[in-house]
Design a protein around this ligand. Structure first.
Ligand code: C2E
Ligand code: MG
Ligand code: MG
Ligand code: MG
Length: 281
């Protein structure tokens, strides 16, 4: 009986592997088609000045409607990385976002933040693809921020970091995304080509009315650290007015989150700029 159970388990494992593999292939095919059929597109989340409520920039966030079903980036980005589709996706996102943001930048000085996967950094023509997106769109380099997650950056080869260094020399800014969750050493941080720390949502969520709350302490420490390294800070995931107010007092001048706006289609950004709308300060 024990032998039979073992055999059954092996068969089930095999089935699970096969179906995981099939799912991966299907998603890769789906993404390849999505690049051309318009089901892959970008939403933009306002990045807001905590003192005035004015929009200072936007972050481009990819969306995929797969056969009418929204697939979250947390699902399809890892799939795109695993199947090698991320380079094509990333290139597409970058060029589309730069084209879209040019008008917003020229009219209102907005910056554009685009997420970059560490897999893209490993491709030797990454620098070239970023510079050509800028050239093709006309967006000036200082208007572009590339976001890389802290956890990805930690075990990245020096050759990949060197690409960021080159882009930074062209005037493009680099942000560390989800900062505070990746255990990067502070000694290491100051050797990285970085301009902005994005304080992870988990610390903002833990803000309460008490100034001694754990999230507040971490946020304060990150803002102070950024100050002494001459880096800017952006808070992610701000959901309440109290959090926004606290961030302003801590000296975190930029923030994004549902309190100000969810990620929205590009038409909506244009509309907000048109009305010069202040987003709940
Ligand atoms: P991220 O870059 O840290 O983006 C912030 C995520 O938090 C977004 O999720 C955004 O919709 C969500 N968010 C914003 N404000 C709030 C809030 O107040 N409360 C809560 N609960 N969530 C908030 P989204 O759009 O699902 O993206 C998830 C992650 O997928 C991104 O995290 C980023 O790492 C990745 N991603 C998205 N688009 C791209 C892309 O074009 N390329 C790459 N490589 N990664 C992308
Ligand atoms: Mg980001
Ligand atoms: Mg983030
Ligand atoms: Mg995140």
């Amino acid at each position: 009986a024990a032998k039979q159970a073992g055999r059954d388990r092996a068969v089930r494992c095999d089935d699970a592997l096969r179906s995981a593999h099939r799912e991966r292939t299907e998603i890769a095919d789906g993404l390849r088609r999505a690049l051309h059929d318009g089901s892959l597109y970008l939403h933009y989340q306002p990045v807001v000045d905590t003192a005035t409520g004015e929009m200072a920039g936007v972050e481009a966030l990819m969306r995929w409607d797969r056969d009418g079903q929204a697939v979250p980036p947390a699902t399809f980005i890892p799939m795109a990385e695993a199947t090698g589709m991320i380079d094509a996706l990333g290139r597409h996102a970058l060029l589309t976002a730069c084209r879209q943001a040019l008008d917003w930048h020229l009219r209102s000085g907005l910056h554009l933040a685009v997420n970059v996967s560490v897999h893209q950094l490993r491709s030797p023509d990454f620098v070239e693809s970023v510079l050509s997106a800028l050239a093709e769109s006309g967006l000036p380099a200082p208007a572009l921020v590339l976001e890389i997650t802290e956890s990805a950056l930690i075990d990245t080869a020096e050759s990949a970091i060197a690409q960021l260094r080159t882009l930074r020399a062209h005037g493009i800014r680099i942000a560390i995304d989800d900062f505070g969750t990746g255990y990067s050493s502070l000694a290491y941080l100051h050797t990285l080509p970085v301009d902005i720390l994005k304080i992870d949502r988990s610390f903002i969520m833990r803000h309460t009315d008490s100034p001694r709350a754990e999230g507040t302490a971490v946020t304060r420490a990150i803002v102070d650290l950024a100050g002494s390294l001459r880096l800017a800070t952006v808070a992610e995931g701000v959901e309440t007015g109290a959090q926004a107010e606290l961030l302003r007092r801590l000296g975190c001048s930029l923030a994004q989150g549902y309190h100000f706006s969810r990620p929205v289609p590009p038409e909506r950004i244009a509309e907000l700029l048109e009305r010069r709308a202040a987003l709940a300060a």
